[in-house]
Every structure is written in structure tokens, then in C-alpha cells.
Design a protein around this ligand. Structure first.
Ligand code: ADP
Ligand code: MG
Length: 306
């Protein structure tokens, strides 16, 4: 029995009209992880997720969800996954409670096992249980879509850009729920985002795709460690009057507010050497901090490197 929540092999998708959205992607997602799928707009993230969800038919390749081959055991593979889509596609005539009941019916969840009220509570829609979907705000619709993805208690929950354009409160609610589902129920979570700091904070593992191809897949920790670049930020006691101290291999710049930023490579320069240099230039230090590279840097380094 495989320990992968998802196994994707040689996945290709060419849309009618000839657009190659996926060009042969191999990817595995371990059970129990919070997995981030990153990439710029048009990279192929939603195509991949909609194939997992059974909403888009693949052109070639093999998809296995919780050990079930999508083509051999479509029913079991579909029952193993719940997807919160990027688009807000809801039937305007159902109330949130009805929408959950209908969804549970579609997945064959027996009445006695349905948890519609519990799910409404969890996504913060209890007081809107009987309101028509067309009267719900964008944020409430998103909450309902999350609820719909959960009705059949799937092993894998997939969220396609759940926080794109949502307010802080909803974002926090979403992350709180995602963490809780992962921690308390061991649910495997896959999310796509182009907020890199979000993936960095939420995900154990990250895959980056671009132009329908996998660029990299690694633990968040390893991805960050791949980057050797660091920045030392020094706040001087007094505003700098003369030129910035110059040092080989170090790029110095001034930040708004007067802080001095020194970009360097760990493998070439030590922060101590930079500090010595700054003190020797007659600058008194009020504060010193270092900055690690974030995924934006990793992404740029990987996608621009030929
Ligand atoms: P992402 O979610 O990473 O932004 P998508 O998977 O939505 O990327 O899109 C990947 C590429 O496939 C894009 O070039 C997009 O325009 C194209 N595409 C997406 N859906 C369709 C479709 N239904 N028909 C034709 N082309 C599509
Ligand atoms: Mg998308």
C-alpha cells in the first residue's frame, strides 16, 4: 500500500485549441502533509487540481488518489478527495444548508452520517444557514465552498487559491480550519497560492510549476536553504552623512527610514566581517538584524536560472 496521498505520473493536458497546460508532470504528495503548489498565473495549477477533482479530463498520464487509480476506481478516488475550486460556482437558489445536503447526497453520504450543521458552524455560516446563496457575500460563498468540499469527510482536501482577494478575517478563518483539519483529523491538505509567504508559513512541502512543468519539489526548509543569499540590516545611531561603506562581494543600499541593508552570500562573507567594516567606517550601531531569503527569491532564482 502506497503512503502517498496523491501520485501523479506523466500528467499532460492539452486544451481544445491546442494550449498545452500540463506537459508531463510527475508529483507525489505524502499523506498527512500540508502541500503547497506554487506558480505564476497560467502555470497550470488549476488544470492540475481540476484533473484531481475529476472536473477536467487529462490528455495523458496516471493519477492515483489515496491508492485508487482515477481511471480504474473512479468512485473510490473521487470519494477520497474534496476540492474547493477557485471559481465561486454556487447554485443561487440553494441555501447554504441545502447546498451541503445536496452535495452530501451527490457523494452518497447517508442522512445519518451527514454533518451539515457542524460544517456550517466550522465555516462560520450558522446564522446564514437558511439564506439564499445569491444573498451571500463573496467571502461567505468561499466559506460555503470550503464546507461543500468537506461533506464526505475526504482524506485529501484541495484548496485552489483560497485566499486570493479575501479579507484578513476570512484568511485567518481559512488557515485556522486548515491547520485544525490537518492536525486533528490527519487530513492531507493541498493548496495553491501565489502568495509565497503564505506557502512558506503553511506548507511542509512545496512544488513549483511554471508553463505546465514542474520546476522543483522539496521541503519548505530545503527550498529556503538552497538559497545562499542573506541580508544584514543595520540601523545606525545617527543618519549616515557620507557614502555607504563599500565592501567586495557585498551590495549596500539605504532603506526608507535610514537603515542600511547589506546583501551578501553566506558562502563568501560573514556577517561579522560586515559589522567590523561598518564600525571601521565610524558608524555607531543602534540595531542589527538579518533577513533570510523568502520563497519569492527562491522562485526568481529557479525560474530565471537557465
Ligand atoms: P493557473 O491556475 O496556474 O493560473 P490554469 O491551469 O488555470 O493556470 O491555466 C493554465 C493554462 O491553460 C493557461 O494558459 C490558461 O489560459 C489555459 N487554460 C485554462 N483553462 C482552459 C480552457 N478551459 N480552455 C483553454 N485553455 C485553458
Ligand atoms: Mg488557477
Amino acid at each position: 500500500m502506497t503512503q502517498d496521498a496523491i501520485r501523479i505520473e506523466g500528467l499532460k493536458k492539452t486544451y481544445k485549441g491546442g494550449k498545452e497546460a500540463l506537459k508531463g508532470v510527475d508529483l507525489t504528495v505524502p499523506r498527512g502533509s500540508v502541500f503547497g503548489l506554487l506558480g505564476p498565473n497560467g502555470a497550470g495549477k488549476s488544470t492540475l487540481i481540476n484533473i484531481l477533482a475529476g472536473l477536467v479530463t487529462k490528455t495523458a498520464g496516471k493519477v492515483t488518489i489515496w491508492g485508487w487509480d482515477q481511471d480504474v476506481n473512479p468512485r473510490q478516488s473521487r470519494a477520497s478527495i474534496g476540492v474547493m475550486p477557485q471559481e465561486l460556482n454556487l447554485d443561487p437558489f440553494f441555501t447554504p444548508r441545502e447546498a451541503l445536503e445536496v452535495q452530501a447526497g451527490l457523494y452518497g453520504v447517508p442522512k445519518a452520517q451527514r454533518r451539515s450543521d457542524e460544517i456550517l458552524e466550522m465555516v462560520g455560516l450558522t446564522d446564514k444557514a437558511h439564506a439564499y446563496a445569491r444573498t451571500l457575500s463573496g467571502g461567505m460563498r468561499r466559506r460555503l465552498l470550503l464546507g461543500k468540499a468537506l461533506v464526505h469527510a475526504p482524506n485529501v482536501l484541495v484548496l485552489d487559491e483560497p485566499t486570493a482577494g479575501v479579507d484578513i478575517e476570512l484568511r485567518q478563518m481559512l488557515w485556522h480550519n486548515v491547520r485544525k483539519l490537518n492536525r486533528d483529523r490527519g487530513m492531507t491538505i493541498i493548496l495553491t497560492t501565489h502568495y509565497l509567504e503564505e506557502a512558506e508559513e503553511m506548507c511542509d512541502e512545496i512544488a513549483i510549476i511554471n508553463h505546465g512543468e514542474l520546476v522543483i519539489r522539496d521541503s519548505t526548509e530545503n527550498l529556503l536553504a538552497r538559497l545562499d543569499a542573506k541580508t544584514l540590516v543595520i540601523t545606525p545611531e545617527e543618519p549616515l552623512s557620507g557614502a555607504l561603506p563599500d565592501m567586495p562581494g557585498v551590495t549596500a543600499s539605504t532603506r526608507p527610514g535610514g537603515a542600511l541593508a547589506f546583501a551578501y552570500h553566506r558562502s563568501e562573507t560573514s556577517p561579522g566581517a560586515i559589522l567590523d567594516h561598518v564600525r571601521n567606517a565610524g558608524i555607531t550601531l543602534r540595531d542589527v538584524a538579518t533577513e533570510e531569503p523568502d520563497l519569492e527569491d527562491v522562485f526568481l532564482a529557479l525560474t530565471h536560472a537557465e
